[in-house]
Design a binder for this molecule. Sequence first.
Ligand code: EPU
Length: 300
Amino acid sequence: MTGVASDYALASATSIGVGGSARELWTPADVDELCDVVGRLRGRDPFFLGGGCNTLFPDGAFERPVVTTDRLRQLDIHTSDDSTGGVRVRAEAGVRLDGMVRATLESGLEGFEHLVGIPGTVGGAIVMNAGGKGGSFGERVVEVGIVSLASGELERRLGSEIPWRYRSWGLEGYAVAWAEFELRRGDVAELRRRAKETFHAKNRVQPLAHASAGCIFKNPPGDSAGALIDRSGLKGLRRGGAMVSEQHANFIVNIDGTASAADVLELIAIVRDRVQEQSGVRLEPEIVIAEASTTTAADA
Ligand code: EPU
């Protein structure tokens, strides 16, 4: 049954541990219920929450209804090969990326090993077109099931019909219900080796032990946000409980659990201004800063 809770603490639903409380939290249990909730919330500008790993909610009361895909956790690995040797994997939006990556690796399926260490859910990874050095999530998507915010109807799109961009799927007015991927058979030992390498490389440079929202800014074309912030001498800069990571300058960490959204936003503004002054580059946030209200197709 679809649940609706009130005054839900958003800080506990995000990896950075920041944010006030949602007036309404909707928790559909399956794709049908997701469609039903989206239909009911038509015109109310719902905010969709996956793993909360890239999201910054404001302090205080959050008036927009929040819909979490947390309970949509069906994962199917179709091991019967088709003629091309491909194996289909279908995951609902709330499936944890780390669990899916581990399950496919251990089944000897190649294609997700570069995603090791990326937190969050399948839905979030689609909308953000998550990725790193080894490529982006969208490259493996064969088909998605998406719910129109205007009609509450489930639609299907081929992966090739999605206008994937750097850290975005390029679509507005839809929520992700499920995604299907095509992987190939590989050697488990070799896949484990590659996954380990990716994980260690990340662990060496990123502050994975601290609460954060992942990379704060997108890399500007041909450059690195982390290197630009580092060169501006901003590592360790602190506002309240928020600090520019000493380990990787493109992370803001909630150093002692006391950071507020205002602290994080203030640091973001300072970093953008200083980097622009010093290098002439205007950094664009990669994280989703949840606005109290927006004007989207959902308002129509
Ligand atoms: N660098 C510095 N100082 C720093 C951080 C980085 O000089 O404080 C330099 C590094 O030495 C390197 C360059 O900047 O020469 C790039 O840094 P890194 O290799 O750490 O990669 P990145 O471009 O900062 C990207 C993604 C990460 C992803 C990693 C690994 C973006 C914005 N970031 O980081 O994604 O994990 O590659 O694949 O695309 C995320 O999206 O949340 C995220 C963390």
